[in-house]
Ligand binder design. Structure first.
Ligand code: 13P
Length: 286
């Protein structure tokens, strides 16, 4: 079932678990996340970054692949197809028009009023079509698909409250110290601030930059109202390491089937995703 994030996140928020957003990169990645979700009876969010939109030939192609893969694999757990870090209302509208069930508008680099206005406009458009919306405040540091932020800026609690009240967004990515990509040290999350913001806004929080956050901190975040956790780099890295090893170990043998190579790298990715689903508490929910 391709569904919006609304019910799956509200359910997770009230039951104190989190749903994983696992970013996709190609057809095989889509199949891996879908099969892993089904095997674990877990909801899942397929995240689509700006780089993937280009790599997988646009919103319509991605939607068609996901929809048909779900039919083919007989997927009977809730799945959201979600635009990650949408940069404009045009890209959010295009994703919605192509059939995405969820979008994120990342206006965190804009002046607050502008972020608020555009988010509001996107929510109006999305909700009329049964599509969920994630907003962002503060700055998540690190790099993702060439978008680099060197500074962590904590989300302002009053702005978070205004954003939620005035736009009616479904969930909020309030930046509180997490970083996209591989961490150089241990991530330092602002748990006091997270608790404060969560108590104010009373809707699901989103934790970006799942790679490199220790299990204990993830569980802490979930206990403070985080109901969606985004994980990308660790899966990409896992795939690259597995395929690199395959070539290193088999250099005297023929490796001539790209399908086998791609799937070889995805076996440990499926294991990682399963580990995350178990940690987040999303298994056996459906
Ligand atoms: P990581 O790549 O650090 O896991 O972050 C993923 C993310 O937040 C996608 O929006």
């Amino acid at each position: 079932m391709l569904v919006s994030m609304k019910d799956m996140l509200n359910n997770a928020y009230h039951e104190h678990y989190a749903v994983g957003q696992f970013n996709i990169n190609n057809l095989e990645w889509v199949a891996t996340v879908l099969k892993t979700a089904k095997e674990n009876r877990s909801p899942a969010i397929l995240g689509v970054s700006g780089g993937t939109i280009k790599h997988m030939l646009g919103f319509k192609t991605i939607h068609a692949i996901v929809k048909n893969a779900m039919d083919y694999l007989d997927i009977d757990v809730p799945i959201a197809l979600h635009l990650d870090h949408g940069q404009s209302y045009e890209s959010c509208f295009a994703a919605i028009n192509a059939g995405f069930s969820s979008v994120m508008f990342d206006g965190s680099h804009l002046p607050f009023e502008e972020n608020l206005e555009i988010t509001k406009r996107i929510v109006d458009y999305a909700h009329k079509r049964g599509v969920s919306v994630e907003a962002e405040l503060g700055t998540i540091a690190g790099s993702e698909d060439g978008i680099v932020n060197s500074q962590v800026i904590y989300a302002d609690p009053n702005q978070c409250l205004t954003m939620v009240k005035e736009t009616n967004v479904d969930c909020l990515a309030a930046a509180l110290g997490s970083t996209h990509g591989l961490y150089k040290g241990k991530a330092k999350l602002g748990f006091n601030e997270m608790q404060h913001i969560s108590n104010l806004i009373k809707i699901p929080l989103v934790l970006h930059g799942g790679t490199g956050i220790c299990d204990e901190d993830m569980l802490h975040a979930i206990s403070f109202g985080t109901a969606k956790i985004n994980v990308n780099t660790e899966n990409m890295y896992t795939w690259c390491v597995a395929v690199g090893k395959l070539f290193a170990e088999q250099k005297d043998h023929d490796i001539n089937d790209p399908r086998k190579v791609i799937n070889h790298g995805l076996n440990p990715v499926a294991e990682k995703i399963t580990e995350r689903m178990k940690l987040f508490g999303s298994v056996n929910r459906y």
